[in-house]
Write a protein that binds this ligand. Structure first.
Ligand code: ZN
Length: 359
């Protein structure tokens, strides 16, 4: 492999969801997965995936945060999901078993403590076509956590980060496009996460719950996949005030590649990345905005969310697969970022965060 490539840490990928719900064998190339989906219309991103293990390796995306995800909804909800927490829990356990199977196959390697983080970093100093992708397990939306006993069990199997909310109303907290502080169960969730020493992912919390969670939570905080309200004025994005508070709390923010979070007034299924001039440079704008607010390059990273229920129809048109994240160092250099800044943004900020978290 080309050793001029810079290690990339991607803080948000729904890899198991793609394997188990999109039926994408992540050991295939992106091209093979696209070919397997010819003519399929069940999901808008068929034939347009961007992630698989070979593409991750090609892009030196050696360390990732990989999710479990399952929402609970009421009958009639416009948002898809399960009708009970127990069903959602079972769904996440299936996703977990896929990660385990990929560990057995040598494709992935879990990161749960300082030693396993160091092992993955060592492997990626000299990667080959077989080097396993190091992954920290995260839960996007906590609806599937049936009880605090389930949370403890999840910690024991390796879960280290949780974003309490996703889209709309949630069991513990309401997420994007909704309002309201954490409910009593949400406060209990955060207190138990604190006791277990978990990472609180601020992504998807609505504004009220965001500020409430910062009051309640004493432990480590990050935002795995978020962009700036400065560019796209939507509640899914962080205001400057929120970003400044996250910086005060030593958070790292992963910037995402979902087109609707990169240009205003994106219309799903209608807008076109080329026509709307959606490029990786817009991610650099978001990275730069956070660096300017921080006065340094220590709080921005990559949280691409690629294949997060969208594909090339809704991401930068200068990205064909996740391997194109290797275009970022050059784009950052063009903005005057030096090699230390580029390392910080590509991987070092999240790795430093995890080293401090595990210590
Ligand atoms: Zn998300």
């Amino acid at each position: 492999m080309n050793d001029k490539k810079i290690l990339c840490f991607d803080a948000h990928l729904d890899i198991s969801m793609n394997a188990m719900e999109w039926n994408r064998d992540q050991r295939w190339t992106v091209e093979q997965i696209r070919a397997s989906e010819k003519g399929m219309t069940d999901k808008p991103d068929r034939e347009r995936n961007t992630v698989s293990f070979p593409a991750l390796r090609e892009g030196h995306v050696g360390l990732v945060v990989a999710t479990q995800i399952a929402r609970v909804v009421k009958p009639g909800s416009p948002i898809p999901g399960w009708f009970s927490q127990e069903q959602a829990w079972a769904q996440t356990q299936g996703q977990l078993q896929w990660y385990r199977t990929m560990e057995e196959a040598g494709e992935m390697k879990p990161i749960t403590d300082a030693a396993s983080l160091a092992e993955s970093l060592k492997l990626w100093e000299n990667p080959s076509e077989q080097t396993p992708i190091g992954y920290l397990l995260s839960l996007e939306g906590a609806d599937s956590i049936v009880s605090m006993n389930h949370l403890e069990r999840a910690y024991d199997y390796g879960l280290r980060a949780i974003g309490p909310a996703h889209y709309g109303p949630g069991i513990y907290a309401n997420g994007t496009d909704s309002s309201g502080r954490l409910n009593a169960r949400g406060v209990e969730l955060l207190k138990t996460m604190d006791q277990l020493n978990m990472i609180l992912d601020m992504t998807h919390l609505n504004d009220d719950a965001f500020w409430h969670a910062l009051d309640v939570y004493q432990g480590s905080i990050w935002a795995s996949h978020n962009n700036c309200r400065h560019f796209v004025d939507h509640n899914r994005q962080f205001s400057d005030e929120m970003i400044k508070e996250l910086i005060n709390r030593k958070a790292v923010i992963g910037l995402a590649l979902d087109a609707w979070m990169m240009v205003p007034n994106w219309i799903r299924g209608k807008s076109d990345p080329k026509e709307r001039q959606v490029t990786l440079n817009l991610m650099v704008d978001n990275i730069d905005h956070i660096c300017q607010l921080a006065g340094n390059s220590l709080h921005a990273g990559v949280g691409s969310d690629l294949d997060g229920a969208f594909g090339t129809e809704q991401c930068p048109h200068d990205l064909d697969t996740i391997a194109d994240l290797q275009k970022l160092p050059h784009l950052l250099a063009q903005r005057g970022y030096n090699s230390e800044d580029i390392d910080n943004i590509m991987h070092r900020n999240f790795i430093r965060f995890l080293q401090e978290y595990f210590s």
